[in-house]
Ligand binder design. Structure first.
Ligand code: GLN
Length: 543
């Protein structure tokens, strides 16, 4: 079957949920038995977001193959429940790096290298790579940024060319725009949408569908107006009011008839009836009254919640399946001190320390781990969070406050966390960590094995430092269990405290594999422990 492509462009403003819309449409197609893959084209010149500050970019989402990608890839994986690969996120930086290295090799035989056709050909080649590596029937391609940005022009030109390369019945353009509400006159305005469609048409792309996002309901006359002014079939003008629950978006698109419209437009055959029961249940369970628990998330980028997007979603997935509502108390790690730890943490039901890099705020994270250990509060440490748990434990058993990770203190007497051997000679920062999926062997009977109900798992990693094996024996003698190790037993992957209701740290990032309908086992166990501690009878959602 010829692969079909759906291209998403953004109009008017950014942050209107283009990624979520693409992910949700992916789900609509998957529900109809059509295999899908999603790709994000990012216009920035970084090769990947791995070296960017989370303040700039939010979280870095890691895939099985170790690609460090845009956080939208997380939305795609959570909505369509497919494992994506490196080809699914490309940046201007990658495209130029490849074209320039080909030029240096002499591959272009003396030609003058230009945006059209050399850059656009490389972009088209990389769009084609998704089809080759995933075998998807439909590839949804999201162009990052907003129409009118200088940076995204080569991407837009490439997707424009793809219509003539592949034919109209194999390509579809969906433009996601924003309808502002003017309170003074109590009306919603379509003019910015008209302008952005005009801008899109000026570069040769005519949208086949407009998804018009707004915060307030959009009436029929506005829909007609957009259809008329933007020259789009009225059925293909889809107003999308901001959904209070993220996982409602596929249901709203379905209700608006988007799935059937797209199928018809692309001449696709549906092989099964969509079954929305799980999604409907997720939405109704989310909106109903439930007992609530509070989890402190102690991180250094807490001002920007997107820096911990997958962690937040994983907590929500696990809470929902336990029949509770989770309130996250965002605590800036730089503000946590031994003096105020009680004030900040005594009321919470659980403490989560997520991943991170660099020394800023790390003492606060170690203090949070100590508070959880001493007060027997359920604790989940993710990557750096596991390392902080180990540092605190070392300070406790050696009675020496200088025990540390070599990342923060080179000369510590107790480097309980050390640079991995294979990292010692690496000088480049980009894409050089221990990245992606690695197997992990679990200790039978441990909390981790109990959570997973399995003895072998595979999880996604992103780190340079590791637990220092010299301390394994002493730690074990004092009650820490290394319940997850690499198959050759050389690397600690999971550590847990024996004499504690739930104090578990993972060197990997379980948050990247949690799905709304299938919460991650460790987040589930963390939430179970929280519910027990908070004396809430867990009501498991059966789906
Ligand atoms: N900075 C730590 C390391 O590189 C932890 C990384 C992380 O939390 N992702 O090992």
């Amino acid at each position: 079957m010829t692969t079909k492509y759906i291209f998403f462009t953004g109009g008017v403003v950014s942050s209107v949920g283009k990624g979520v819309t693409a992910a949700a449409l992916g789900r609509l197609l998957k529900e109809r038995g059509i295999s899908v893959a999603v790709q994000k084209l990012d216009p920035y010149i970084n090769v990947d977001p791995g070296t960017m500050s989370p303040y700039q970019h939010g979280e870095v989402f890691v895939l099985d193959d170790g690609a460090e990608t845009d956080l939208d890839l997380g939305h795609y994986e959570r909505f369509i429940d497919n494992r994506l690969n490196r080809a699914c996120n490309i940046t201007t930086g990658q495209v130029y790096a490849e074209v320039i290295s080909k030029e240096r090799r002499g591959d272009y035989l003396g030609g003058t290298i230009q945006v059209i056709p050399h850059i656009t050909n490389e972009i088209k080649h990389r769009i084609g790579m998704v089809t080759k590596t995933t075998n998807a029937d439909v590839v949804l391609v999201e162009v990052g940024g907003t129409v009118g940005d200088i940076e995204s022009l080569p991407f837009l030109e490439s997707i424009r060319q793809l219509r003539s390369d592949l034919g109209r019945k194999n390509t579809m353009y969906i433009h996601v725009t924003w309808l502002p509400y003017i309170s003074a006159t109590d009306e919603i305005k379509t003019k910015p949408t008209q302008h952005s469609v005009r801008e899109l048409r000026s570069i040769g792309i005519t949208p086949d569908m407009i998804i018009a996002r707004s915060d307030t309901p959009v009436d029929e006359s506005l829909r007609e107006k957009i259809a008329l002014f933007c020259d789009v079939n009225k059925k293909a003008v889809v107003p999308m009011v901001t959904a209070p629950i993220l996982y409602e978006v596929p249901l709203l698109l379905e209700k608006a008839g988007v799935g059937d419209y797209v199928l018809k437009r692309l001449h696709l055959q549906q092989t099964k009836e969509p079954d929305w029961r799980i999604w409907q249940q997720l939405v109704s369970e989310t909106s109903c009254e439930k007992p609530s628990v509070c989890v402190a998330l102690v991180g250094k980028y807490v001002e920007l919640h997107d820096a911990y997007l997958s962690v937040r979603e994983s907590l929500k997935h696990a809470a929902l399946h336990n029949g509770v509502e989770v309130n996250i108390k965002w605590i800036h790690s730089a503000e946590v001190t031994p003096e105020n730890a009680k004030e900040l943490l005594s009321e919470v039901d659980g403490i989560l320390v997520p991943g991170g890099f660099g020394s800023r705020g790390v003492e606060g994270k170690i203090t949070a781990a100590r508070y959880a250990r001493e007060n027997k509060i359920p604790y989940l440490g993710l990557c750096l969070g596991m390392q902080c748990m180990a540092i605190d434990f070392a300070r406790h058993i050696f009675n020496d406050q200088t025990a540390d990770s070599a990342e923060f203190n080179h000369s510590t007497k107790y480097p309980v966390i050390n640079l991995m051997l294979e990292q010692r000679n690496i000088t480049d920062m980009g894409g050089t960590m221990r990245l992606g999926l690695y197997p992990c062997k679990l200790l039978p009977g441990s909390k981790a094995a109990l959570a997973y109900q399995s003895e072998h798992v595979e999880e996604r990693h992103r780190h340079r430092f590791e637990f220092n094996n010299e301390y394994r024996k002493t730690f074990e003698e004092h009650g820490m269990l290394f319940s997850g190790v690499s198959p050759d037993e050389m690397l600690v992957e999971i550590a847990e405290l024996k004499d504690h209701p739930f104090m578990v740290g993972t060197q990997f990032h379980p948050e990247f594999l949690s799905r709304p309908n299938r919460p991650h086992p460790l987040f589930m166990s963390f939430m179970d422990a929280i519910c027990v501690q908070a004396e809430i009878e867990p009501v498991k959602l059966i789906i």
